[in-house]
Design a protein around this ligand. Structure first.
Ligand code: 6R9
Length: 651
């Protein structure tokens, strides 16, 4: 990237104060920022007391060998005990932990007491299969209660889990089993996706034929879809109901060191083999618990919380499993897609359970915008009081739509920036404190130190752009890349000395609030200006005819890169002659002539990763007439054929 800072193009003037009622009773007030700034370690030591420790830690942070952190190193605790048993001991056994909603419409609620029995039985079953503390267990399951039970059973035994998203192929699963050297795989016959059963077990069978997976001795199989023709490997495969159901319902948890590994989660990144991000116990649980309490203002007695992510992503780990359950929340777990059997399915679920806190991703919000305002309007969404967003920068127009059509123009939106590597939220407004700005994650949470720096690692002044960095260690930080300390150093700690490089472009506005501008690899260089893909996309989405946009820089002889935009039009908009000119003029008017796209191509779909992030790399290949790179992480690879087929009409 050149020395020129990211152009600070977008000017967003709208502000939304917290609702008075929420502010008056907020879990966290502005004092937390002062406390975190005055004594960061003292602040986190206090948050660690949210947990129940078998041995209380006396040490907060050991940073004697940076960047290898140890948090609460002399403390001991059991994560599953903290997420389940202690709530039962505190008299909350009858509280619902999970309202499960299957895609075909089956539903089932588990109380904390029931969850305790299920986790205990599963822990005994894993022990019978030979799982011991430190053994890795791969989990390849749909979004069903057994997935949460399996993760907690592993945590209870100190056996790090590696959850692999159920949409991944046999190859991706084999690579991950191999890298973590997993000993047991927990899977299901299948799950329900888009109205039909989708098999999982065959992918496990195939993965286990690949070299490097020989150490897997057992495959534990949950029966979900009941398909008849499932292949069975005697001696290796075991039905969940055969082994789990007959176990004792009581199990004594063992306490582990705070730095005992809790899980490995693979993140693909843009190049190279997937990185096994390693998270440990005490610091991770402290920060997911605190942030879930602070950012969602969770009142566990009355709130019904719903995070729509898949458990296969970090959002599912931290904000479906560990954060909410550590806090004794009641939450919804939904198996399927938002448009099955109809495009109002999510809103029907909000109405059915009286969901009060909803946490979802910009890609889903933009899909709902495209489907139309009339769909959510058919349901009673008045229970919602806090709305969260995560995964990508949220375009201001999508933010406004979310607030207006889902949040009754009153629920605060918390735009939470974080990563698999950070383990928990790092930047976000606080719903009872912050006057929110559409499209900005705004500021580091209490106890977190983050800023924006230029190429030479100097902090940029307000109004300027650069790179987001984290300047102090935080409790839920990754500890390393599994089996590859050098890659951990090279990837995150070598770009700016002593600072964690997140890989995201960002700017500070005139108030010092932070705006995320997309991955650094995606930033465009146009006639000597660094221009953010996010800002041009947001300008396009602010046009009434555009539902979604993806912008890339394509090599250009005159301007180094030329801005090339792919847009999805809103339902009623026609792809007529003047449209492209109209959109170019709109961007120029919103951001300035420098940001005017050279090409705009209306398309039916955009290439997305399975966690819903736009894959700009592939669009760059298209814009530069190259063969497509690796498409294996795409949700639907036929999308690229459709886009390429449209290409001759462009330019
Ligand atoms: C939690 C999660 C991490 C990357 C991150 C950034 C993008 C996530 C964001 C956001 C802008 C937000 N990202 N939240 N960008 N605003 N609120 O998504 O983890 O899958 O590891 O992705 O996602 O680019 O670096 P992960």
């Amino acid at each position: 990237m050149s020395n020129e800072s990211l152009a600070n193009l977008l000017k967003e003037e709208r502000r939304f104060a917290p609702p008075a009622e929420l502010a008056a009773h907020a879990n966290v007030t502005a004092a937390a920022y002062e406390q975190g700034a005055a004594d960061r370690l003292g602040f986190w030591a206090e948050q660690a007391r949210r947990l129940s420790w078998e041995t209380e830690p006396t040490q907060t942070l050991d940073w004697s060998n940076p960047p290898f952190a140890k948090w609460f190193a002399d403390g001991k605790l059991n994560v599953a005990y903290n997420c389940v048993d202690r709530h039962v001991e505190n008299g909350l056994g009858d509280r619902v932990a999970i309202h499960f909603e299957g895609e075909p419409g089956d539903s089932r609620s588990l109380t904390y007491a029931e969850l305790q029995r299920e986790v205990s039985k599963a822990a005994h079953a894993l022990t019978e299969l030979g799982v011991r503390a430190g053994d890795r267990v791969a989990i390849y399951l749909p979004m069903i209660p057994e997935t949460v039970v399996a993760m907690l059973a592993c945590a209870r035994l100190g056996a790090p889990h590696s959850v692999v998203f159920g949409g991944f192929s046999a190859d991706a699963l084999a690579t991950r089993i191999n890298d973590a050297d997993a000993r047991v795989v927990i899977t299901a016959d299948g799950g329900y996706r888009r109205g039909k059963p989708s098999a999982l077990k065959p992918a496990v069978d195939e993965a286990l034929t690949r070299p490097g997976t020989e150490n897997v001795r057992s495959v534990l199989v949950v029966r979900r879809t009941g398909q008849e023709d499932i292949a069975w490997h005697e001696g290796r495969d075991v039905w969940w109901h055969d082994i789990v159901d007959r176990q004792s319902e009581t199990h004594t948890p063992e306490a582990f060191d705070a730095e005992h590994p809790l899980f490995i989660l693979y993140t693909s990144g843009t190049t190279g083999k997937p990185k096994g991000i390693l998270h440990t116990t005490g610091g991770y649980l402290t920060q997911v618990s605190y942030t879930h309490h602070a950012v969602f203002d969770l009142k566990p007695e009355t709130d019904v919380y719903w995070c729509t992510a898949d458990v296969g992503w970090v959002t599912g780990h931290s904000y479906i499993v560990y954060g909410p359950l550590a806090n004794g929340a009641t939450e919804v777990l939904y198996e399927g897609t938002p448009d099955t059997p109809h495009q109002g399915r999510w809103w029907e679920i909000v109405q059915k359970y009286g969901v009060t806190i909803l946490y979802t991703a910009p890609t889903a919000i933009r899909a709902c915008m495209k489907w139309g305002d009339d769909i959510p309007a058919k349901f009673d969404l008045s229970s919602l009081r806090v709305l969260g967003s995560v995964g990508e920068p949220i375009n201001p127009e999508a933010w406004i739509w979310y607030r207006k059509h889902i949040g009754a123009d009153s629920a605060p939106i918390v735009d939470t920036w974080w990563q698999t590597e950070t383990g928990a939220m790092m930047l976000s407004p606080l719903p009872g404190v912050t006057a929110t700005k559409p499209g900005s994650a705004q500021l580091p949470l209490p106890g977190i130190s983050a800023t924006v720096v230029d190429d030479d690692a100097h902090e940029v002044p307000d109004g300027a752009g650069g790179y987001l960095v984290l300047t102090e260690p935080w409790p839920s930080m990754l500890r390393t890349i599994w089996g590859d300390d050098q890659r951990y150093l090279d990837t995150y700690w070598s770009r700016f000395e002593g600072k964690y490089f997140a890989g995201d472009g960002a700017k500070k506005d005139e108030d010092g609030d932070i705006w995320l501008l997309g991955r650094v690899d995606d930033v465009m260089l146009v006639s000597g200006h660094n221009i953010s893909t996010t800002e041009v996309e947001s300008a396009l989405v602010s046009h009434p005819k555009v539902a979604e946009a993806a912008v890339v820089g394509a090599t250009d002889p005159q301007t180094t890169q030329a801005i090339c935009a792919f847009v999805i039009l809103r339902g009623s908009a026609a792809e007529d002659e003047g449209l492209v000119e109209e959109l170019r003029a709109h961007v120029a008017q919103q951001l300035g002539p420098i940001a005017k796209p050279k090409r705009i191509l209306p398309v039916a779909e955009l290439p997305k990763t399975r966690s819903g992030k736009i894959m700009r790399r592939l669009l760059r290949d298209v814009a530069e007439n190259r063969d497509l790179g690796d498409v294996s992480t795409l949700t639907d690879s036929s999308v690229m054929d459709l886009i390429q087929a449209k290409l001759p009409s462009a330019a």
